[in-house]
Design a protein around this ligand. Sequence first.
Ligand SMILES: Cc1cc2nc3c(=O)[nH]c(=O)nc-3n(C[C@H](O)[C@H](O)[C@H](O)COP(=O)(O)OP(=O)(O)OC[C@H]3O[C@@H](n4cnc5c(N)ncnc54)[C@H](O)[C@@H]3O)c2cc1C
Length: 306
Amino acid sequence: MITAGDPSVATIQLMHSGAGVGLAELTRDSLGTFFADEFLGGKRFANALSEPASGNRFLNPQQEALPGEGGWLLDGAKRFVSGSEIADYLLVNALVGDEPTFFGVPLPDASVSVIPIWDTLGLRATRSQLLAFNQTLLRASHRGRAPRPGDFVVIPAGLPAISLGIADAALAALAGHARTRIILGKPLSHQQWVQHAVADAQTRLAAAHALFQQALRQADGGDPAFFGNLARSKYLANKVAVEVAQLGVRIGGANGFLKASPIQRHLRDAEAGQLMAYSTGADAGSADAGGADAGGADADRRGSRR
Ligand SMILES: Cc1cc2nc3c(=O)[nH]c(=O)nc-3n(C[C@H](O)[C@H](O)[C@H](O)COP(=O)(O)OP(=O)(O)OC[C@H]3O[C@@H](n4cnc5c(N)ncnc54)[C@H](O)[C@@H]3O)c2cc1C
């Protein structure tokens, strides 16, 4: 419901929840209670995991942190850090030795800065900024373990909902336009091609919702099949959202292209949903378990909170 209203707000909320719960869980044996209290007290968290070169393999960072006083020092960049400008803590990963290692980094930190290049097409209000790290101290006391199966998977449980909300909003927008746009003396919604296409889109969307609800029920019931079905739900919801948004552009015609129309925004937002890891191409690649990269993505997923 939040996403149908504003998917950027929902994305920031989701990334905040994933980073906050994840950090408390990964540091359970050390600062976990502290991070949990901070989270429950209203402090804001953001994921600084994706590197310019790591792409979908965001749980396998390539940037190495080197030993320094009190921990390790990181030089490099993390990108698409949704909600970073209002965050009190970042969940950051880096290589320590050869191991992907996760840390909580309190903000503000003078060594962490925003490189203001955020101008992508979709979900603009997430302000998913590029962050620069300049000898940032990753404190030994704030170090967590790696994610593992059985962790509470906030982000995989939320990503399908983002695309489903975008699709719901896109369907409502195109139906509203079709009902009010008069062509040859009748509302556009009276045209048979519109009725067929909308019924087809609505049916696919209902199926995507159903798969997502099934995965959530399986998660609540402790059925391990839930994790694969959440991944499938994200894939299906991403695809269906783009299909519905594209239908909106057909029905909206040139009016849908105007900035004042919600139709163009739904198309941009739907495309952004499928770029978020694991993006739809990477999902398909790992499903056939073919090449080395696919295996990597699959391994990421098994150990993943996202
Ligand atoms: C709106 C938005 C918000 C985001 N928020 C955050 C955030 O808060 N924190 C954060 O850390 N990151 C965030 N991200 C970043 C996200 O994690 C990355 O976009 C994601 O990891 C994909 O990386 P990439 O774009 O470099 O794609 P790449 O991995 O370079 O993929 C490029 C293309 O190759 C395909 N591909 C990749 N791997 C495979 C494979 N194994 N087999 C077949 N095809 C493959 C992909 O499908 C895609 O088509 C966000 C992204 C977006 C769009």
